[in-house]
Design a protein around this ligand. Structure first.
Ligand code: VGL
Ligand code: ZN
Length: 251
């Protein structure tokens, strides 16, 4: 079984043994156990209170990868794992969002204007384009941020309609991948958690700028201490494959 239909989740019935030990599922819990009324012995009914997930891929743009204007060391190394997740979400019919840092050429964050950064991700230039190896799914939603001259935005939620779009399609849980751990990933994760999304950072699918060597580790601690959780692309892929759509007959 490899495909997932959220609409079927509510009628799924699984024995507790399958969920708790039978197939050794260790990923984020997908099902909520409902109380079993007395007298209903033999089967355990699990009603899927599915936290509908979305994948959020942050700023995997040429300028943040080796050779770009503001390169993150090994920023491109996460792309194969991110592409696998994109493929799995696509196959499962689950939503995917790609954010872009998308600055005007005279942006306030650039050194010439008193900001901390070299010019990067100037809208409609090659450096602002998605990395050529990134699999941008058809039908994925692109969210541009940092588009105002006078305001920087490290979070995909800041000054965008990302939260509204997620709420509109019933997303309750977000998985965040991308660049950079210590800036845009961190702030996207913190905002997601603060806005009530069950928020996971995919630790093998992020890389940091690390102006200070420890910045990424510090950023991860900040995310976890403010309600976010961590997982890996491997665990997430397994949980997507295991999302059950079948009913077991009672005996
Ligand atoms: C970012 C620095 C400046 C990021 C954006 O995407 O993490 N970092 N602008
Ligand atoms: Zn920027």
């Amino acid at each position: 079984m490899d495909s997932v239909d959220l609409s079927l989740m509510a009628s799924s019935t699984l024995p507790l043994s399958v969920l708790s030990r039978g197939i050794g599922f260790k990923g984020p819990s997908l099902l909520t156990t409902m109380p079993v009324p007395r007298g209903q012995r033999g089967i355990q009914r699990h009603v899927g209170q599915e936290a509908k997930p979305a994948l959020i891929v942050v700023d995997i743009q040429r300028d943040f990868c080796p050779g770009g204007a503001l390169p993150v060391t090994d920023g491109d190394k996460i792309i194969p794992a991110v592409n696998k997740l994109v493929g799995a979400f696509e196959k499962a019919g689950l939503p995917i969002f790609f954010t872009r840092d998308w600055h005007p050429s005279n942006h306030v964050s650039f050194k010439a204007n008193g900001g901390p950064w070299p010019p990067h991700c100037v809208r409609n230039t090659p450096g602002a384009s998605f990395h050529p190896s990134l699999a941008v799914a058809d039908g994925a939603v692109v969210i541009d941020k940092g588009t105002l001259q006078s305001e920087d935005a490290y979070s995909g939620f800041q000054g965008t309609d990302l939260a509204r779009k997620l709420h509109n399609i019933g997303v309750k849980r977000i998985y965040v991948a991308g660049l950079a751990t210590d800036y845009c990933v961190k702030n996207t994760v913190l905002d997601g958690a603060a806005q009530g999304f069950e928020t996971y950072v995919l630790t093998d699918c992020v890389r940091g700028v690390n102006l200070k060597r420890t910045d990424s580790a510090t950023a991860l601690r900040a995310m976890l201490s403010r309600g976010a959780m961590q997982t890996t692309s491997g665990r997430l892929l397994k949980s997507l494959v295991l999302r059950p759509t079948i009913s077991y007959p009672s005996r």
